[in-house]
Design a protein around this ligand. Structure first.
Ligand code: FES
Ligand code: FES
Length: 157
Protein backbone atom coordinates (compact mmCIF):
# COMPACT_ATOMS: atom_id res chain seq x y z
CA UNK A 1 0.00 0.00 0.00
CA UNK A 2 1.43 3.40 -0.98
CA UNK A 3 2.30 5.89 1.71
CA UNK A 4 0.70 9.31 1.74
CA UNK A 5 2.86 12.41 2.16
CA UNK A 6 1.43 14.90 4.62
CA UNK A 7 2.66 17.94 6.49
CA UNK A 8 1.78 18.36 10.14
CA UNK A 9 2.52 21.55 11.99
CA UNK A 10 3.18 20.42 15.55
CA UNK A 11 3.75 23.06 18.22
CA UNK A 12 4.69 25.56 15.51
CA UNK A 13 7.11 23.28 13.66
CA UNK A 14 6.37 21.73 10.24
CA UNK A 15 6.98 18.00 9.82
CA UNK A 16 6.79 16.31 6.41
CA UNK A 17 5.95 12.66 6.97
CA UNK A 18 4.90 9.71 4.80
CA UNK A 19 2.07 7.86 6.57
CA UNK A 20 0.25 4.63 5.90
CA UNK A 21 -3.45 5.05 5.16
CA UNK A 22 -4.26 3.10 8.35
CA UNK A 23 -1.85 4.98 10.61
CA UNK A 24 -3.35 6.89 13.51
CA UNK A 25 -2.37 10.44 14.39
CA UNK A 26 -1.30 9.20 17.85
CA UNK A 27 1.21 6.77 16.32
CA UNK A 28 2.64 9.43 14.05
CA UNK A 29 3.01 11.93 16.88
CA UNK A 30 4.56 9.48 19.34
CA UNK A 31 6.43 6.94 17.27
CA UNK A 32 7.45 8.92 14.20
CA UNK A 33 7.86 12.47 15.49
CA UNK A 34 8.80 11.84 19.13
CA UNK A 35 6.00 13.77 20.85
CA UNK A 36 5.75 11.12 23.56
CA UNK A 37 3.89 13.37 26.00
CA UNK A 38 0.70 12.30 24.21
CA UNK A 39 -0.19 9.06 25.94
CA UNK A 40 -1.57 5.84 24.54
CA UNK A 41 -3.74 4.09 27.10
CA UNK A 42 -6.98 2.54 25.79
CA UNK A 43 -6.40 3.20 22.05
CA UNK A 44 -10.20 2.92 21.70
CA UNK A 45 -11.37 6.49 22.15
CA UNK A 46 -12.53 5.89 25.70
CA UNK A 47 -9.98 7.41 28.10
CA UNK A 48 -8.92 10.71 26.49
CA UNK A 49 -5.22 10.26 27.38
CA UNK A 50 -4.24 10.81 23.73
CA UNK A 51 -6.06 14.15 23.37
CA UNK A 52 -4.32 16.85 21.34
CA UNK A 53 -5.60 20.12 19.94
CA UNK A 54 -6.06 20.06 16.15
CA UNK A 55 -6.93 23.36 14.49
CA UNK A 56 -8.29 24.58 17.81
CA UNK A 57 -10.40 21.53 18.64
CA UNK A 58 -9.61 18.83 21.16
CA UNK A 59 -9.13 15.60 19.23
CA UNK A 60 -8.78 11.98 20.32
CA UNK A 61 -5.65 11.14 18.37
CA UNK A 62 -5.88 7.35 18.79
CA UNK A 63 -9.02 7.35 16.63
CA UNK A 64 -7.92 9.93 14.07
CA UNK A 65 -6.35 8.75 10.80
CA UNK A 66 -3.20 10.79 10.29
CA UNK A 67 -3.69 11.02 6.52
CA UNK A 68 -6.76 13.20 7.10
CA UNK A 69 -4.72 15.92 8.78
CA UNK A 70 -2.49 17.20 6.00
CA UNK A 71 -1.79 20.86 6.76
CA UNK A 72 -3.28 20.72 10.26
CA UNK A 73 -1.94 22.75 13.17
CA UNK A 74 -1.53 20.48 16.15
CA UNK A 75 -0.68 21.33 19.72
CA UNK A 76 0.55 18.58 22.02
CA UNK A 77 1.30 18.84 25.71
CA UNK A 78 4.90 19.73 24.83
CA UNK A 79 3.55 22.86 23.15
CA UNK A 80 1.80 24.24 26.24
CA UNK A 81 4.96 25.73 27.68
CA UNK A 82 6.25 28.94 26.13
CA UNK A 83 9.75 30.35 26.65
CA UNK A 84 10.25 28.21 29.72
CA UNK A 85 6.93 29.30 31.24
CA UNK A 86 4.33 26.65 31.94
CA UNK A 87 0.72 27.10 30.86
CA UNK A 88 -1.43 28.33 33.79
CA UNK A 89 -3.24 24.98 33.64
CA UNK A 90 0.02 23.10 34.24
CA UNK A 91 0.77 25.37 37.21
CA UNK A 92 -2.74 24.87 38.58
CA UNK A 93 -2.57 21.07 38.24
CA UNK A 94 0.59 21.12 40.36
CA UNK A 95 -0.86 23.57 42.89
CA UNK A 96 -4.02 21.51 43.37
CA UNK A 97 -2.32 18.09 43.39
CA UNK A 98 -4.23 17.08 40.27
CA UNK A 99 -1.40 14.85 39.04
CA UNK A 100 -0.67 11.45 40.54
CA UNK A 101 0.52 8.79 38.10
CA UNK A 102 0.26 11.32 35.28
CA UNK A 103 -1.07 8.95 32.62
CA UNK A 104 -4.21 10.97 32.13
CA UNK A 105 -2.63 14.38 32.65
CA UNK A 106 -1.63 15.37 29.09
CA UNK A 107 -5.11 14.52 27.85
CA UNK A 108 -6.81 16.48 30.62
CA UNK A 109 -4.54 19.46 30.01
CA UNK A 110 -5.23 19.49 26.28
CA UNK A 111 -9.00 19.03 26.67
CA UNK A 112 -9.08 21.79 29.28
CA UNK A 113 -6.88 24.13 27.22
CA UNK A 114 -9.08 23.75 24.10
CA UNK A 115 -12.17 24.26 26.25
CA UNK A 116 -10.88 27.37 28.06
CA UNK A 117 -9.70 28.87 24.76
CA UNK A 118 -13.32 28.69 23.56
CA UNK A 119 -14.94 29.46 26.88
CA UNK A 120 -12.58 31.32 29.25
CA UNK A 121 -15.22 31.88 31.96
CA UNK A 122 -17.10 28.58 32.37
CA UNK A 123 -19.20 27.42 35.27
CA UNK A 124 -18.03 24.39 37.25
CA UNK A 125 -20.76 22.33 35.60
CA UNK A 126 -19.50 23.36 32.16
CA UNK A 127 -15.97 22.31 33.14
CA UNK A 128 -17.22 18.92 34.31
CA UNK A 129 -19.11 18.47 31.04
CA UNK A 130 -16.08 19.49 28.97
CA UNK A 131 -13.88 16.89 30.64
CA UNK A 132 -16.32 13.99 30.42
CA UNK A 133 -14.22 12.33 27.71
CA UNK A 134 -11.19 12.06 29.97
CA UNK A 135 -10.73 9.30 32.54
CA UNK A 136 -8.50 9.54 35.62
CA UNK A 137 -7.95 6.44 37.73
CA UNK A 138 -6.07 8.26 40.51
CA UNK A 139 -7.26 11.68 41.59
CA UNK A 140 -11.01 11.27 41.81
CA UNK A 141 -11.55 14.27 39.48
CA UNK A 142 -12.19 16.89 42.17
CA UNK A 143 -8.62 18.19 42.15
CA UNK A 144 -8.57 18.29 38.35
CA UNK A 145 -11.85 20.22 38.20
CA UNK A 146 -10.58 22.53 40.97
CA UNK A 147 -7.43 23.25 38.95
CA UNK A 148 -9.34 24.14 35.79
CA UNK A 149 -11.81 26.24 37.77
CA UNK A 150 -8.90 28.09 39.41
CA UNK A 151 -7.46 29.05 36.00
CA UNK A 152 -10.90 30.15 34.77
CA UNK A 153 -11.41 32.25 37.92
CA UNK A 154 -8.00 33.89 37.57
CA UNK A 155 -8.62 34.80 33.93
CA UNK A 156 -11.95 36.37 34.94
CA UNK A 157 -10.22 38.85 37.28
S1 FES B 1 -5.75 6.36 24.17
FE1 FES B 1 -7.07 7.54 22.92
S2 FES B 1 -8.91 7.68 24.04
FE2 FES B 1 -7.64 6.34 25.22
S1 FES C 1 -3.30 10.88 37.63
FE1 FES C 1 -3.26 8.71 37.33
S2 FES C 1 -4.81 8.33 35.84
FE2 FES C 1 -5.02 10.41 36.33
Amino acid sequence: MANIDITLNVNGKDHRVAVRSTEMLLEVLRDRLGYVGTNKVCAQGICGACTVIVDGKSTTSCLALAAQFDGARIITVEGLEHDGKLDPLQEAFMKHGAVQCGYCTPGFLMSARAFLNDNPHPTRTEIIDALRGNICRCTGYKKIIDAVEDVAARSAR
